[in-house]
Write a new protein. Sequence first.
Length: 256
Amino acid sequence: MQALVGGLVIAGMNLVGASLVLVWRDPSERSLDALLGFAAGVMLSASFTSLILPGIEAAGGGSTGALQVIAGILLGVLVLDQADRWVPHVHVLITGRKRADQATQNARYASVVLFIVAITIHNMPEGLAVGVGFGSGNIGEALALMLAIGLQNIPEGLAVSVAAINAGFDRSTYAALTGIRAGVVEIPIAVLGAYAIQLSTGILPYAMGFAAGGMLFVISDEIVPETHARGHERIATLGTMLGVVLMLYLDVALAA
């Protein structure tokens, strides 16, 4: 039930971000890069403070615990890498740039399918991280992780809504559909993650590592290249630093 609530919260915050296009009609590229940089910082800090380090502790610490979490990280990276080979990058949709391996006959239909599948894959480790966090039984860290994922979902939802509007989609309809899409993906995966931990606590270190590896891959492969692609590297980096600091504080404050 806690994971279900957590999934609803992060999906709802994605809907909030997507709906911002209804009031913030034309956000600048600079603003979007700063917000996405902030999202990357939050995810980066959360990957270590709420997933990797607690995962090592859950495995009993030491080199054995570290190896279990590392195995999960590598598996998460491998899964996201293979998914990325199948589906072109999310930032293709945001920037409008085509990748060399993106050959389609029906560009508009392909872009819609690409969007749905790519963002779904992108959000899977986020939902899993929240579910695994609550499944571990450490409510303080789970709440910090939920807030972290929720906070970074706001600029992410805004960014993909702006991209869709630029591609010709309806403003109000698309904002609603983005929230629905986020809920469909993140809510059941959060519940599944918590349920899997309840079945076997032995997979907790691997699951935490897997979720962290998936999020780290998304940061490095998707968010950072996107925020550094349009000449706003400095503001994006400052946003990242702010996200790291805020998440670090939330993690300590909620765990106290």
